[in-house]
Design a protein around this ligand. Structure first.
Ligand SMILES: [Mn+2]
Length: 339
């Protein structure tokens, strides 16, 4: 696997004409903000850029794309575009199956495939990797790239997109890896036109009453085990139907179990039409990315996820809780060296 330095990526930017950007299924603020910022920067430099995603933009992020620049993948429209793109940049994931319906066409394209990401354990499917798993967010990496590429001011469009990316992936500047550099970048983005209260409000103060009821029902399922160290919650298809919500609206629910003082591992199980999604959180040195890997997922030391297909919720919950208990043993610490 070829890990590139910043100059290699800048060379790819300068040498390219047609770029296609994409991110993971159910895109979050980091995936979308990174795409929109990078698009704006490349367009300013005279490049032709399209953003094509597997999923539509979730409702609470739709304000980020007033111009409708993010296209939803449609084979008839986009397969030729993907085939002809000179460069494809995959943002905020390093696993090809996470781009879902784009995986086949992206793999088949003759384009140069670049991954820009901050997750551990990249899969070898692209041509060039720009990965820093000590970064809070892909937005931080795009900031580094665009600061070097554009030289002058970034401007409000890029600043708002990147501030949103970093704010959402750091849990509003409180998750591990949020350091002085992250705040320096945030300060620069504010100077360039990002307004923290309005961005916070646009992302987080947008719930429907149904989403709040869904959270209430999810909290009702909260169960503490492992001598008080593990807390898990469940959301089901029935809850989504009853509250008029979808699985995307469980985004951020996984933080609630962590609010319990003694809890060191928090798990949210989300029942899907075709399986179960699991979100893991941990405190300290407990490597939930390794716990997630046991179930085919990946992520960071303190935040990770997995998706299982053709399984039932009850069986998954029992299996995962059994596996999670092993990680409470303090001798079992991370091999990946991240703080
Ligand atoms: Mn991210």
């Amino acid at each position: 696997m070829k890990h590139a330095d910043i100059d290699t990526i800048l060379g790819i930017f300068r040498g390219g004409e047609e770029f296609l950007l994409t991110t993971h299924v159910n895109p979050d603020g980091d995936g979308l903000g990174s795409e929109l910022a990078l698009r704006a920067g490349l367009v300013r430099a005279g490049k032709r850029v399209r953003i094509v995603n597997h999923s539509p933009i979730p409702g609470f992020y739709r304000w980020m794309d007033p111009g409708g620049l993010v296209e939803r993948y449609d084979p008839a429209t986009h397969d030729p575009v993907i085939a002809q793109a000179g460069t494809i940049i995959i943002l905020d994931t390093n696993q090809p199956d996470r781009i879902r319906s784009l995986e086949g066409p992206v793999r088949a394209s003759k384009a140069h495939r670049v991954v820009v990401d901050h997750h551990l354990d990249p899969h070898p499917f692209a041509d060039t990797y720009f990965i820093d798993d000590s970064a809070t967010s892909t937005g931080e990496l795009v900031f580094r790239l665009l600061s070097a590429y554009l030289r002058g001011p970034l401007g409000p469009e890029i600043a708002v997109a990147l501030y949103t990316a970093i704010m959402t992936d750091t849990g509003s500047f409180r998750y591990p890896r949020t350091g002085a550099e992250t705040h320096r970048i945030a300060a620069r983005l504010i100077e360039e036109g990002a307004d923290p209260p309005s961005i916070f409000s646009a992302v987080y103060e947008t719930w429907s009453p149904g989403r709040m009821r869904l959270l209430g029902e999810a909290l009702d399922t909260l169960t503490v085990s492992g001598n008080g160290s593990i807390a898990h919650m469940v959301t089901t298809r029935k809850m989504f139907a009853g509250t008029g919500t979808t699985e995307i609206e469980t985004d951020t629910f996984s933080v609630y179990p962590m609010n319990i003082g003694k809890v060191r591992i928090g798990i949210l199980f989300t029942e899907l039409a075709d399986g179960v999604k699991i979100s893991f959180r941990s405190k300290g040195s407990i490597p939930v990315n390794r716990l997630a890997q046991e179930f085919g997922g990946n992520g960071h030391l303190n935040a990770a996820g997995a998706r299982l297909h053709d399984v039932t919720l009850d069986v998954v919950v029992a299996d995962v809780l059994r596996a999670a208990r092993k990680y409470l043993d303090n001798t079992l610490t991370s091999h990946d060296g991240t703080p």
